[in-house]
Design a protein around this ligand. Structure first.
Ligand code: SAM
Length: 220
């Protein structure tokens, strides 16, 4: 890997936020999931969670050109039930806020996004399901002052995520690395040497160490 690329990878990982994520509830149009992931990369979100019902063996949404390759830089965790996804995130002390046009929703800018936060986005047509709305920690709304009742789901995700980024920039969250060191090193290798990843994983081998220029220095 070229030193310049190594530096770029490190700068990006230095700004990744392990405690800010998005959970999608059956967002099934590939271009929407792709656009959300692309926004997550820009905001510095480390991982995204997507729950999709598999109907009649139909495939989960795949990535489109809209993602512009950002799916390589944001970890995607797939879930088959929304209950399971919520339970996993709550066990990790995330507060889950559903972007949901309900009576108890508060303005999205009222939330403190410097806390571990998952923003839950509802399906294109049906929005957030009733049982999910009951299971989360709160509801947020982006005020709509026009004729149309809702935004496109990827646009709504971007609005909320950039507010989270604004708060985290102000709190200095992008000034020092926040990822766990082991995860950080794993990602440096996976992003820097994508063609070698299978080789190590198939043989169940640890990734090799890198020197300060990002070159492989030891084979274990
Ligand atoms: N008919 C659906 C409803 O009533 O929820 C509209 C779904 S909307 C196209 C898809 C998703 O985008 C919503 O479930 C929500 O997560 C998000 N969304 C869209 N506009 C929003 C807004 N103004 N405030 C909060 N979330 C919004």
């Amino acid at each position: 890997m070229l030193p310049r690329r190594y530096q770029r990878i490190r700068e990006t990982l230095d700004r990744r936020q392990p405690d800010l994520t998005v959970l999608t509830e059956d967002v099934h149009k590939p271009h929407n999931l792709s656009a959300i992931i692309r926004t997550c990369d820009a905001v510095g979100v480390f991982e995204v969670h997507a729950m999709n019902k598999v109907v009649d063996g139909e495939d989960l949404p795949t990535f489109t050109q809209v993602a512009q390759g950002s799916e390589k830089w944001v970890e995607l965790h797939r879930h088959t039930t929304i209950e399971g996804a919520i339970a996993q995130l709550q066990a990790r002390d995330f507060k889950i806020y559903a972007a949901h046009l309900s009576d108890r929703a508060v303005d999205y800018r009222e939330i403190d996004y410097t806390q571990p936060t998952a923003v839950l986005m509802g399906a294109e047509r049906w929005g957030v399901s009733e049982s999910t709305a009951d299971a989360v920690d709160g509801h947020i709304i982006i005020p709509m002052l026009g004729m149309v009742q809702s935004l496109n789901v990827s646009v709504a995700a971007a609005v909320v995520l950039f507010e989270a980024q604004r708060q985290r920039l102000e709190a200095g969250f992008y000034q020092q690395p926040r990822l766990d060191e082991k995860i950080y090193q794993r990602k440096v290798f996976e992003w820097g040497y994508p063609d070698l990843v299978d080789h190590y994983q198939e043989r169940n081998l640890p990734y090799p160490q890198l020197d300060e220029q990002g070159q492989i220095i030891s084979e274990s």
